[in-house]
Design a protein around this ligand. Structure first.
Ligand SMILES: Cc1cc2nc3c(=O)[nH]c(=O)nc-3n(C[C@H](O)[C@H](O)[C@H](O)COP(=O)(O)OP(=O)(O)OC[C@H]3O[C@@H](n4cnc5c(N)ncnc54)[C@H](O)[C@@H]3O)c2cc1C
Length: 416
């Protein structure tokens, strides 16, 4: 067994992605930088499969944490939403910036170090155990470190999450992504594209095309875990290829990487005595598969709870799940989880898609959610109003959606 090191910290954070750095930054704001250790199993710059779109409330969250966007980015003033022959360009209330995670995450780590936070690269958490008044953190370097609190910010494949949940089984969302060395299609150089056409072919989600820094194009798809539409990795890659073809974008060989992520559940256990999880480790946005803003917003809540716990010597974190759920981020996540179930997890997906796409107000409301200028969970009245209207005009909308979808043909087929 590894020797227990005398190195003792107030807080050890496993993972130096956006969630880990953000928790560290919050604690640094509270004057606790000296007693924090952040561990990451990789060396930065390291890549992370991601669309790179800084959606939602990432700007305010970074401002609250004192973090800045210092890397090259493509500001997108609008998004194009498509489904078959349906197309609508939606103006953003404010630009959504697209970054490359290779640069963004490395710069966040640099910003953490500028605050005096110690970050060790190339050393990961392998397991932990809570023992008396501390957590023993075992690392890949065969060391055992001590802390009063452990934060699992170790991403979608989180070991901390697995240990908290005792390896409980769940079905993940699957995301496939590729960064291509080609420019964005004509007219889309500063537009984010969300394309729902392939729902017709069994995709429970959407295809995206985002213009990335350096004249690159970031493409990918998200597939929701719908048990009746269990698609293999090969089938999903083929769907992505088909989804890109109408844009004149070719997906070479095996360049798309698949990545499982677990959706946020308001009742899931995300902490235990002396241990809490943040970011993808605590669950991703079920509707969009996005989570950079989520990670940073949750980190503010987590950082504040840890600061209080260190002051009060109460390390149970029994209210953490509720604090996350009640915060804006939790309310948005819970709403998106419900919307995702309706849109991707039921047989009536056409009904919900018709509502989202063909009710201009609903699409605008969702755009404000994506650009971060509004909180969709606060728009209940607007959403109920839209639902009532939909119950009256749904027949007409369903026919329109069917027409839009009928005009689309899968590659190499004459009809569907
Ligand atoms: C294909 C794809 C596309 C996406 N597109 C978008 C998008 O456009 N916009 C958006 O907002 N979100 C997007 N997301 C989600 C986004 O990438 C995540 O929500 C975000 O990275 C979460 O940050 P995190 O810090 O929780 O996890 P991560 O960014 O995964 O960081 C976790 C860190 O922990 C480290 N680590 C892992 N295990 C250990 C260990 N045992 N010990 C120590 N360190 C460890 C990893 O090396 C990593 O650095 C996408 C996700 C995928 C998969």
């Amino acid at each position: 067994m590894a020797d227990v090191s005398t190195e003792t910290y107030d807080v050890i954070i496993a993972g130096a992605g956006p969630a880990g750095v953000a928790v560290a930054a919050r604690l640094a704001q509270k004057g606790r930088a000296k007693n924090i250790l952040v561990l990451d199993r990789y060396h930065f710059p390291r890549d992370k499969p991601c669309g790179g779109a800084l959606t939602g409330h990432v700007g305010p969250a970074m401002d609250a944490l004192g973090l800045s966007l210092r890397v090259e980015h493509v500001p997108c003033p609008d998004a194009v939403v498509r489904c078959g022959s349906f197309e609508r360009r939606v103006e953003m209330g404010q630009n959504v910036d697209v970054i490359r995670r290779l640069d963004f995450d490395a710069d966040l780590v640099a910003q953490a170090r500028e605050r005096g936070i110690r970050v060790i690269e190339g050393e990961g958490l392998t397991s932990y155990e809570v023992q008396g008044d501390c957590v023993l953190v075992h690392t890949s370097e065969k060391r055992t470190l001590r802390a009063k609190v452990l934060v699992g910010a170790d991403g979608a494949a989180s070991r901390v999450r697995k240990q908290i949940l005792c390896n409980a089984k769940a079905t993940p969302h699957r995301l496939f992504v590729a960064e291509l060395n080609v420019p964005a299609p004509e007219g889309l150089a500063t537009s984010m594209v969300y394309d729902f056409t392939l729902m017709k072919r069994g995709l429970c989600g959407y295809v995206w095309l985002f213009p990335a820094p350096g004249g690159r194009l970031n493409v990918g798809l998200m597939h929701y875990p719908n048990p009746s539409k269990n698609l293999s990795g090969r089938e999903l890659t083929e769907l992505l290829r088909e989804g890109l073809a109408p844009y004149g974008v070719e997906l070479p060989g095996k360049c798309a990487k698949g990545w499982p992520v677990w959706g946020y559940h308001p009742n899931a256990k995300i902490s235990e005595s002396r241990v809490l999880t943040v970011g993808d480790a605590a669950g991703i946005d079920g509707l969009t598969g996005e989570g950079i803003a989520v990670a940073m917003e949750q980190a503010v809540v987590a950082g504040d709870e840890i600061h209080l716990a260190l002051d009060n010597h109460d390390f149970e974190f029994s209210g953490y799940r509720k604090s996350i759920r009640r915060a804006t981020v939790g309310r948005e996540l819970a709403l998106d989880r419900w919307l995702a179930k309706l849109l991707y997890g039921t047989k009536r997906w056409r009904d919900w898609l018709a509502l989202v796409l063909l009710d201009e107000k609903v699409l605008d409301m969702y755009a404000r959610r994506v650009d971060g200028t509004e909180v969709l969970a606060d728009q209940r009245l607007g959403l109920y109003g839209a639902l009532c209207k939909h119950s009256i005009v749904r027949g007409r909308r369903l026919r329109r959606l069917a027409e839009h979808l009928a005009e689309w043909r899968p590659l190499g087929r004459s009809g569907s």
